[in-house]
Design a binder for this molecule. Structure first.
Ligand SMILES: [Zn+2]
Length: 82
């Protein structure tokens, strides 16, 4: 990778960059690129948002309010009778 990597290089190695697993010369090149390139900076922000999205989407659903639980119990009781 050149000192100032291409957009493709940056986007390909962005996960490794975020994990700190790249040699310092590559990290420096990607850091410089991110300062100069809005597209890759936006790509990086998108990647950084993913863990939050995954955490939100994988979170257990909030408990149903007590009134909803009572309505559900009544519906289930009605269904059992019929
Ligand atoms: Zn770029």
């Amino acid at each position: 990778m050149k000192l100032l990597p291409s957009c493709h290089d940056v986007q390909t190695h962005l996960t490794d960059y975020a994990e700190g697993s790249l040699p310092w010369s590559q990290r420096l090149g990607i850091r410089l690129h991110l300062l100069l390139c809005r597209v890759c900076a936006a790509f990086k922000r998108g990647l950084e948002a993913l863990p939050g999205l995954a955490k939100t989407s994988l979170a257990p659903p909030p408990e149903a309010p007590e009134a909803a639980a009572e309505v559900l119990a009544r519906i289930q009781a009605t269904l059992r009778k019929s």
